[in-house]
Design a protein around this ligand. Structure first.
Ligand code: HEC
Length: 220
C-alpha cells in the first residue's frame, strides 16, 4: 500500500487509455461523417428528378425544370424546389447533352476566372454579387429588370445576352467587363449557374436577393 494513493487524474495510464479511446471514437465518427457527407453531396440521377426524389445536388437535367426558392419554416431558410419541366434555351436536354453542357460551363467559368470577382459555392471574391443563387435572383425572372433591359423573354436568354456584353446592361456602379464570351459559352455558363442554384446549400448565401427586391416590380 503506497502512502500517497495517487488520484486518478494524475495517473499516466488513465490518460493513456483515455487518449486511445478518444482517438478511436473520433476516428469512427469521422469515417461515419465522411460516408454521410459523400452520400449527401452525390449528384442525383435523371430518374430522381422524374420520380420527385429530393437530392441535395440534382442531376444535370435539372436545367430542364423550373426552379423556385422557397422559405422552409422547418429549416429556417430558403431551399430550392424543383418544379415542372420547362424547355431550356428552347429545348429539353438529354442527360448526356445536359452533362456535357454543364461541363463546358464549368470549364468556361474556370478559364475566364469569374472567381476573381464573384463567389461560387463559398469560393471566390466579394467584389461582385455572389453567383451561387444568381439564377434565382428576381431581377432575371419574368417582369424583372434584366429581362426588360436585355429585351428577352426568359431568364436564360437574359443572362446569356448579359454575359456576352455586360457593360451594355450594367445596373451597378461596379461594372463587369466584357470577357469575350461567345454565345455557346454563354449558354453553357447559364446552364452551370442554373444547376448550381438548384443545389441545396443550407440557405447560403444568406439574403442573396435582398438588394434586388425593390427592382422586381420594375416593369409590368
Ligand atoms: C472583373 C470582375 C468580374 C469578373 C472577372 C466577372 N464578373 Fe460578373 N459581375 C461583375 C460585376 C461588378 C457585376 C455587377 C455589375 C452588373 O450587374 O452590372 C457582375 C455581375 C454578374 C452577373 C449578374 C449577377 C446578378 O445576380 O444579378 C452574372 C450572372 C455574372 N456577373 C456572371 C459572371 C461570370 C459567369 C463570369 C465569368 C465568365 C464573371 N461574371 C466574371 C464583375 C465581374
Amino acid at each position: 500500500m503506497s502512502q500517497h494513493d495517487p488520484s486518478v487524474w494524475s495517473s499516466t495510464s488513465f490518460w493513456r487509455r483515455s487518449a486511445a479511446w478518444v482517438t478511436g471514437f473520433s476516428a469512427i465518427l469521422l469515417i461515419f461523417l465522411t460516408f454521410d457527407t459523400m452520400s449527401q453531396i452525390q449528384m442525383g440521377s435523371d430518374e430522381d428528378l422524374k420520380t420527385g426524389k429530393v437530392r441535395r445536388v440534382p442531376a444535370p437535367t435539372v436545367i430542364n425544370h423550373a426552379i423556385e426558392y422557397k422559405m422552409s419554416r422547418k429549416r429556417g431558410h430558403e431551399v430550392p424546389v424543383i418544379g415542372e419541366e420547362q424547355p431550356f434555351f428552347g429545348k429539353i436536354w438529354s442527360p448526356e447533352d445536359a452533362r456535357a453542357l454543364l461541363h463546358k460551363g464549368k470549364v468556361t467559368v474556370q478559364a475566364k476566372n469569374c472567381m476573381d470577382c464573384h463567389t461560387l459555392l463559398g469560393n471566390g471574391a466579394y467584389y461582385a454579387p455572389d453567383l451561387t443563387k444568381a439564377w434565382l435572383d428576381p431581377a432575371w425572372q419574368k417582369g424583372g429588370l434584366m429581362q426588360t433591359l436585355t429585351r428577352t423573354h426568359s431568364t436564360e436568354e437574359a443572362m446569356a445576352k448579359f454575359l456576352m456584353d455586360p457593360p451594355k446592361y450594367a445596373t451597378h456602379t461596379r461594372r463587369m467587363p466584357n470577357l469575350g464570351i461567345t454565345r455557346d459559352e454563354a449558354v453553357a455558363i447559364v446552364a452551370f449557374l442554373k444547376h448550381m442554384s438548384a443545389i441545396d446549400t443550407n440557405g447560403f448565401p444568406r439574403n442573396f436577393s435582398k438588394p434586388h427586391q425593390g427592382e422586381v416590380t420594375y416593369a409590368k
